[in-house]
Design a protein around this ligand. Structure first.
Ligand SMILES: NC(=O)c1ccc[n+]([C@@H]2O[C@H](COP(=O)([O-])OP(=O)(O)OC[C@H]3O[C@@H](n4cnc5c(N)ncnc54)[C@H](O)[C@@H]3O)[C@@H](O)[C@H]2O)c1
Length: 390
């Protein structure tokens, strides 16, 4: 079987990421290896959008080891990435008498991985979690690095709830990640493109982790990836995880003020302010609202590149290259009906990356290179937001 193993080393524990076709069928033995014992009881948090056959493969694998298996199905939407869903998972775990040494398995996209990961971090002060990402975005990004969270609905000035993205969470590293590319055969093209947004982001910061090749290689591999060529997908996922592992290994809890893990947030401060605007659509078709996370990241990358060019932090070719690569896979770099600029700046000031009311932005400074900038001129930020208006 063509598979790749990437090792992730963090102060909170080391773990393996297994990438390949069909690797979900051996999840139980891989979990037993990671735990150091065969699990007697497994709690699966399953994404409602994942085909029944994937769920069955995981259940069968654990059942063959003699484990009792409970499945809790979660609807994957940003509204449902909530305290209420978290509470329902925790209550279901308690009902099944889940013990502290029993693993939770997250089977799904990034929403399910983040929510189940946070449940595992909280339940009886922490139980092991195995991440089984089933979207490209979760495979190349969300399943690795131990960030877990749910969104928080906070009443805004007009009393209507505003969704604060990933506002309540914890660092909780998985004990194992199993990325089975067979899962990607049922993923929609739109969600597949969202995963490519994070790959393109990784290429834009890769030199900071000593990988000058990831950006150019990704650009050259995009056509084969979109055609879902198996060898390309395995390579793409393994290379992106290796990049993330290097960055997370150096600054696991994002405490390095000079960059470190924060570099992974390139484009995300803009994206997190845009993503909750519910009427936005990537292509003007109202039926496609709201934006998906990867689409908001794509717009955020475009805005960050524009901001960096306007401030003279990088050559304009970095911006044009980013826009060209994002557009070449059908990701949005401009958007209609964006809210008033001041409202977006306000939302950016609520982002978790803000410290003492000072905005910190990750901006590109060259091909594959980025830096954190504190207190960037607000006029440049406003211009960057306006640059993504269609
Ligand atoms: N923890 C992190 O480090 C991190 C990093 C990046 C993003 N995220 C989070 O990840 C989330 C986005 O994740 P996502 O892009 O995976 O979106 P998602 O979780 O919403 O999944 C996308 C859609 O694909 C469906 N789906 C999942 N697997 C499928 C499959 N194999 N076949 C068919 N359909 C399938 C889901 O049901 C869902 O409708 C956001 O909430 C974001 O904040 C977290």
């Amino acid at each position: 079987m063509n598979q790749r193993i990437v090792n992730v080393g963090t102060p909170d524990g080391d773990y393996r990421v297994v990438v390949g076709a069909g690797v979900l069928s051996s999840i139980a033995t891989a979990t037993a290896d990671a735990l150091g014992h065969e699990p007697a009881h497994v709690f699966i948090v399953a994404d409602a959008g994942v085909p029944e056959s994937a769920r069955a493969a995981v259940i069968d694998s654990f059942a063959a080891l003699g484990a009792s298996v409970h499945v809790h199905v979660v609807r994957p939407s940003e509204r449902d990435k909530s305290i209420e869903t978290l509470e329902a998972i925790l209550a279901a775990m308690a009902r099944t008498r889940h013990e502290r040494s029993d693993p939770v398995v997250a089977l799904g996209g990034g929403i399910v991985g983040d929510t189940a990961g946070f449940a595992a971090a909280c339940y009886r002060r922490g139980v092991p979690i195995v991440q089984c990402p089933t979207t490209l975005l979760a495979m190349v990004d969300a399943s690795v690095g131990g960030k877990t969270a749910v969104n928080l609905a906070v009443p805004g000035a007009d009393g209507a709830p505003e969704l604060r993205k990933n506002f309540v969470g914890a660092f909780h590293q998985p004990i194992l990640v199993v990325a089975d590319i067979a899962m990607l055969s049922t993923l929609s093209d739109r969600h597949f493109r969202c995963g490519l947004a994070e790959c393109i982001k990784h290429g834009m910061i890769a030199s900071e982790a000593g990988d000058d090749q990831l950006g150019p290689w990704t650009a050259s591999a995009l056509d084969a990836a979109i055609a879902r060529d198996a060898a390309t997908l395995i390579e793409l996922i393994a290379r992106n995880i290796a990049l993330k592992a290097t960055i997370v290994g150096r600054d696991t809890r994002e405490t390095d003020p000079a960059g470190g893990r924060m570099l992974l947030n390139l484009g995300h401060t803009f994206a997190h302010a845009i993503e909750p605007i519910h009427h936005l659509t990537p292509d003007g078709d109202a039926a496609h609202a709201p934006l998906h996370h990867g689409e908001a990241v794509s717009l955020g990358l475009a805005a960050a590149a524009h901001c960096a060019t306007a401030l003279g932090h990088c050559d304009s070719s970095v911006e044009s290259q980013a826009l060209e690569t994002l557009a070449s896979v059908g990701l949005p770099t401009r958007i209609r009906n964006l809210s008033e600029t001041g409202r977006i700046v306000d939302a950016m000031l609520h982002d978790k990356k803000v410290s003492g009311n000072t905005l910190r932005l990750v901006l590109p400074i060259g091909p594959g290179r980025a830096r954190v900038f504190s207190d960037p001129p607000i006029e440049a930020v406003r211009h960057a937001i306006d640059s993504i208006r269609a």
